[in-house]
Design a protein around this ligand. Structure first.
Ligand code: WQD
Length: 339
């Protein structure tokens, strides 16, 4: 298939592009490069000999989107493009709705114009908000605690209404829990151009000595050690979930929502301990107040992904932590080799 990846040079988009190509799909990346780098494509080319086509454009630019869909005879779209910082969404909610929601309206308009009706949406477990029960299944109430999550939920509902108005649309909303790690042969880890807010990019900042100490946001949650619990999933397992969703849509239409997680939660302290022990490093940390918008505990009920898509995450936390460190080491050596 000819597949357009909006936000395709981003963390998840670039990893997905590699796997789709390796599964004989023609991949076109569409990105405005505000939170990612063209350098990612250079790394993929030098490491894998893979030349990915990039169209530099904004999802709000419907005409360029439509021209791109036409030019490359796109059959399906994976919509990664969107702002993704919980913190930033709290201080700039309008920017998040403008980009994430209006950007999707623009994409739908362009897809309708060229009669492309297969869409996978990069959603987030943040749509659930504070868990009412655990593990969280797809029917869990949706009460996002921040504008980022609210914007993702709004897009899901727009896509649900689109499917109700035209049941021939083929739509899967993939609710990511916490993707981490990097491709084993290309060092293209989670390294946003903007400020890194996520736990693992900040652990890397500590390793790079860009910051002295990791702040643990909250030691008073109702969890085993008082720190926040999340469901960390290896990026390449998450990518396989997209492939499974694409295969599912070959034979099925309608609107579908699926969690992509491991079904296992780890606290921040457990992550630090595991990261230190598998990598033989020390991550200095201190406790700080809770971060606004954070929930106490979140991990996925993974049954629907297995039953509907025939997919499940396979890699352990040890593999993920080693992958994060490998990315750090490769980054450091590639910087040294530049001079
Ligand atoms: C994880 C845990 C923090 C940083 C968000 C989005 C989600 C997805 C991933 C896009 C929490 C704690 C973190 C730090 C800390 N985004 N933490 N110190 O908030 O669960 O999810 O990012 O796909 O949709 O909602 O991820 O990595 O920011 O935090 O203690 O410096 O680590 O409190 O418990 P989060 P995170």
């Amino acid at each position: 298939m000819n597949i357009l990846l909006t936000g395709g040079t981003g963390y998840i988009g670039s990893h997905t592009a590699i796997t789709l190509h390796q599964n004989n799909h023609n991949v076109i990346l569409y990105d405005n490069l505000t939170n990612s780098r063209e350098e990612t494509l250079f790394k993929i080319k030098t490491s894998l000999g893979l030349n990915l086509k990039l169209v530099i454009g904004d999802v709000l630019d419907t005409k360029t989107l439509e021209d791109t869909l036409n030019k490359y005879k796109i059959n399906a779209v994976i919509h990664f493009a969107g702002l993704k910082s919980v913190d930033e969404s709290i201080t700039q909610p309008k920017k998040y709705f403008e980009n994430n929601v209006n950007g999707t309206h623009s994409l739908i308009k362009a897809m309708k114009a060229v009669k492309v009706k297969t869409l996978i949406f990069s959603s987030s477990a943040t749509v659930y908000g504070e868990p009412k029960y655990l593990p969280i299944d797809e029917n869990h109430p949706k009460n996002p605690e921040n504008p980022y999550g609210a914007s993702k939920l709004k897009v899901e509902n727009i896509l649900k209404s689109l499917s109700m108005s035209d049941p021939s649309w083929k739509i899967v909303c993939l609710r990511y829990f916490n993707p981490i790690g990097s491709h084993e042969d290309v060092n293209i880890g989670d390294n946003p151009v903007g400020t890194a807010n996520n736990l693992f990019p900040i652990i890397l900042k500590v390793l790079k000595k860009k910051i002295k100490i990791l702040e643990i946001f909250g030691k008073d949650y109702d969890t085993n050690d008082g720190t926040g619990i999340r469901d960390y999933i290896y990026i390449m397992d998450l990518v396989e979930g997209h492939l499974a969703a694409l295969n599912y849509l070959k034979l099925n239409s309608g609107w579908h929502d699926v969690n992509l997680g491991t079904g296992k939660g780890y606290s921040v302290l457990e992550i630090i301990e595991k990261f230190q022990s598998v990598n033989n490093v020390i991550i200095p940390f201190k406790y700080s107040p809770r971060r606004k918008g954070d929930v106490s505990e979140s991990y996925a009920d993974v049954r629907k992904a297995k039953e509907l898509l025939g997919w499940e995450a396979r890699n352990s936390l040890d593999v993920m932590c080693k992958s994060v460190l490998k990315y750090f080491v490769l980054e450091q050596t590639s910087k040294k080799n530049v001079f």
